[in-house]
Design a protein around this ligand. Sequence first.
Ligand SMILES: Nc1ncnc2c1ncn2[C@@H]1O[C@H](COP(=O)(O)OP(=O)(O)OP(=O)(O)O)[C@@H](O)[C@H]1O
Length: 281
Amino acid sequence: MVDTQSNSDVLLSVRSMKKVYPTPGGPVEAVRDLTFDLRRGEFACIVGPSGSGKTTLLKCISGLMAPTSGEVILDGERVAGPPRNMALVFQEYGRSLYSWLRVEDNVALPLRAAGIGPAERRERVAEALEAVGLAHVPQSYPWQLSGGMQQRVAIARAVAYRPEILLMDEPFAAVDAQTRADLEDLVRSVWKKLGLTVLFVTHDIDESVYLGERVIILSSSPTVVQDDVRIDLPFERDQLETRSMKQFVVHRHHVYEQIQLAKRGFRAEDTRPVAVAQPSA
Ligand SMILES: Nc1ncnc2c1ncn2[C@@H]1O[C@H](COP(=O)(O)OP(=O)(O)OP(=O)(O)O)[C@@H](O)[C@H]1O
């Protein structure tokens, strides 16, 4: 378990967050009680069984939805709407980009909305496109690009905005395996270069261990934090070398085991002393 209480440099705090959806069939308790902190500059992944409330959690953190109870504190302030210093990247890049705007204009959009002047906008867009390897297509339209390139545009847009915290919800689920590996390395390199704080939701256990400095495992719904694992892999990661390290395999095994337990309904709060048979004298 990661000790989240002892570090004073906390950027994000999720405190006793609960979310109940009212539905015609009665209330659905999606998230029961989530509490965790993210330190400034941390790269944390969230994994959990399908329906465990990962998207619900991100929506509450990003102020798109209010929790039923509990709170989200960002940089000392309670989140009550979309925070200025946060950016989001979703899985559906096709839906998040405007097909009638050129790549550079898609990337510039939030900068324009934030009132950033044309000279600085141009500079930031160029820098972000360079960072994601798309400096050669600023004039293209999204529909002229591959899926992986479109997702790079979405990442460039988030990066150009220079958020303090970047939330990513299954951002690579819809791209092929090779592109996914490239995008994983891209996100880590952008994280290192810009010193962002990243909260990355994924279904992919290997991806969570490869990317994160920490993996937060959610229980099945109604959700609590089941485990919180520090990933002690080298800072510099490599798709071949890192994934074949013994420590990678150990973490992967642990996270996989925890997800299987979660799927079977195990909850950390259920832990009781196990009776151990004493050898007879
Ligand atoms: N708008 C809604 N109204 C009612 N119930 C909802 C709503 N959104 C989500 N839920 C329920 O809340 C629970 C958590 O859903 P959520 O989408 O947050 O989980 P998830 O972990 O992101 O799922 P997945 O891994 O399948 O993407 C599920 O039981 C889901 O059916």
